[in-house]
Ligand binder design. Structure first.
Ligand SMILES: N[C@@H](CCC(=O)N[C@@H](CS)C(=O)NCC(=O)O)C(=O)O
Length: 332
């Protein structure tokens, strides 16, 4: 039976995890029968209020909220996780709307979200009521506001707090924008790796089952393991290596502080390690990508992220973007 017909209540594509894998019945069931809301719990920083939004109607575009609301599917970290990490690292309050039965209906309805409507989650509702979708667009918006766009934007924000103006077009402003664009560039490359990792298990059609494209998937996995994954890791290793601020052993992709680029790479490498544990162990052992793995370990232990992981609120990888299929993994 066509996957869409099996889940008439479900939107056509749920990050490809709900409709495209025969072995993810638990996700399918939980989506249809009990749409859950995952709201961030309380942490030591007091972020992520435990507001249950599952039964409440989402605010419309005209209603202003006090805080950011992340609209994303329930049950998987997915691409929503990249947005969560930015909030968690910076200690920024946010809540989530995770009612899978309403999500696409809201995001595609101009009466709910205004212009433009949205293709797919994640989407972020800003305190103004405006919605933004596309993971990198959301991150690029948040970066200067959350101190994750690099040192130069942090300095500007500090000045602004003191009431000092930094003019658009000034050397300082342009320098900060350039740095922010560099962060965005690296975010996009890390997300390319995320997308390619996903495409290994869905190389033909996102709406079809993995089992129905397994032959191509097995071929794609060889190329991914041998060529693509090492190429991406080598790229990031080089970036870490040539950052002059890393001379003392630091592992920042940009400058000398954590940016969205570090957070996204951290999550992608974690996901790749979940999906391809044997291959990643071999790549680790090669010693060629030590800085990339050191970055991952650094972020795991950084303020905000450490507490987030320890809180148990960080959802485990399962059958979302990053999936583990034994037959796709090998040492080389
Ligand atoms: N490029 C978009 C991709 C968004 C996306 O693929 N979202 C998934 C969930 S992670 C989805 O629900 N897709 C539905 C679809 O592609 O129809 C982004 O980075 O946000």
């Amino acid at each position: 039976m066509h996957p869409f017909l099996r889940f008439p209540l479900a939107p056509s594509l749920l990050c490809h995890q709900l409709t495209s894998n025969r072995s993810s019945q638990f996700l399918q069931t939980s989506f249809i029968t009990s749409p859950k809301t995952r709201s961030a719990g309380t942490t030591s920083k007091g972020i992520g209020k435990t507001k249950d939004m599952s039964s409440s109607e989402p605010a419309t575009k005209k209603q202003k909220t006090q805080e950011y609301v992340l609209y994303y599917w329930p049950g998987i970290p997915g691409r929503g996780e990249y947005v969560r990490l930015a909030f968690e690292r910076s200690g920024t309050p946010y809540t989530e709307f995770n009612d899978g039965s309403k999500l696409l209906g809201i995001l595609t309805n101009p009466k709910k979200v205004g212009h433009p409507t949205h293709f797919a989650p994640p989407a972020l509702k800003l305190p103004s009521g405006r919605f933004i979708s596309q993971t990198p667009a959301i991150l690029n918006y948040l970066a200067p506001r959350l101190g994750l766009a690099g040192e130069k934007w942090v300095k500007i924000s500090e000045k602004q707090k003191e009431g000092e103006k930094v003019e658009v077009g000034s050397e300082e402003y342009e320098g900060a924008e350039e740095e922010r664009s560099t962060v965005n560039q690296l975010v996009l490359t890390a997300l390319d790796l995320c997308n390619e990792t996903h495409d290994v298990h869905h190389p033909v059609a996102t709406e079809d089952y993995y089992e129905d494209q397994k032959d191509v998937s097995l071929r794609r996995a060889v190329s991914y393991r041998k060529n693509r994954l090492p190429k991406f890791l080598a790229h990031f290793e080089r970036v870490l290596d040539c950052n002059p601020e890393n001379k003392n052993g630091n592992t920042y992709l940009v400058g000398s502080r954590t940016t969205n680029a570090d957070l996204v790479l951290f999550h992608v490498v974690s996901g790749v390690e979940f999906a391809f544990p044997i291959r990643v162990a071999a790549l680790r052992k090669s010693g060629k990508y030590d800085k990339v793995f050191a970055l991952k370990e650094r972020i795991e232990n950084e303020g905000g992220i450490k507490e987030y992981i320890e809180s148990g609120r960080r959802q485990p990888f399962s059958m979302g973007l990053f999936r583990h299929y034994e037959e796709l993994d090998a040492e080389e």
